[in-house]
Design a protein around this ligand. Structure first.
Ligand SMILES: O=C(O)CCC(=O)C(=O)O
Length: 213
């Protein structure tokens, strides 16, 4: 982290929602993409399916960390292995653990890093992240590659929503009263970044899954 990044305070979008614009410099983003390529070599991206209907997600996913979030006809859950290869997820890259320490304000490490890949057409509907045993830990979300229009609501599905752009290098934290805020991705703004050779957007979501201690 440069001194400039250290000095910059996050944008408080609403209570518990902190947006660190340009938190990762371009060189850090590239280094992270190289590490994620290795993660994806060992735990390939796959297409998750919706519970019950089995309808495929438009987003492709993989994970790193002791636990990974998966979805299939049987439901949403965390598990220690890749659903297609049966292999344990690779470790979370140390630079992400450091970032968690710097922005989360939570004294225990994340256990899951969900890696979402969005092509130009992919999106993610409004949802809450609530498959974790403890909501005391925040969600830390990192954007890489093409920008997206991100939608954020309140803790009730019917609450008013707002949208804003998340760009490569931005880090968003949902904590405290916003930990269970509904959120989603309306669309990808194709061609807004040259970070990923083939275009598209990667989102990393760091989560604590079990109750610490
Ligand atoms: O891609 C994003 O910015 C959001 C991802 C997300 O909401 C999730 O993985 O639960």
């Amino acid at each position: 982290m440069s001194a400039d990044q250290e000095m910059r305070s996050p944008l408080e979008i609403s209570e518990g929602v902190r947006l660190f614009r340009d938190r990762l410099e371009r060189a850090e983003q590239s280094a992270l993409v190289a590490e994620l390529r290795e993660v994806a070599r060992r735990a390939p991206f796959y297409t998750p399916a919706m519970p019950r209907s089995g309808r495929p997600f438009s987003v492709r996913m993989t994970n790193c960390g002791p636990l990974g979030w998966v979805s299939d006809r049987a439901g949403y859950r965390y598990q220690p292995t890749h659903p297609e290869t049966g292999w344990p997820w690779p470790a979370i890259p140390p630079r992400l653990l450091d970032l968690w320490d710097e922005v989360s304000g939570y004294p225990h490490p994340p256990e899951a890093c969900l890696v979402n890949f969005y092509d130009a057409e992919a999106k993610m509907g409004l949802h809450q992240d609530r498959d974790e045993a403890d909501f005391a830990a925040p969600l830390v979300s990192i954007s890489l590659g093409d920008s997206c229009r991100f939608r954020l609501g309140g803790v009730e599905r019917t609450d008013r929503t707002r949208s804003f752009v998340l760009a490569s290098g931005d880090v968003l934290v949902l904590a405290g009263p916003a930990r269970l805020a509904f959120h989603g991705v309306d669309r990808i703004l194709s061609g807004t970044s040259t970070l990923l050779a083939g275009g598209g957007r990667i989102n990393l979501t760091l989560r604590r899954v079990t109750k610490a201690g």
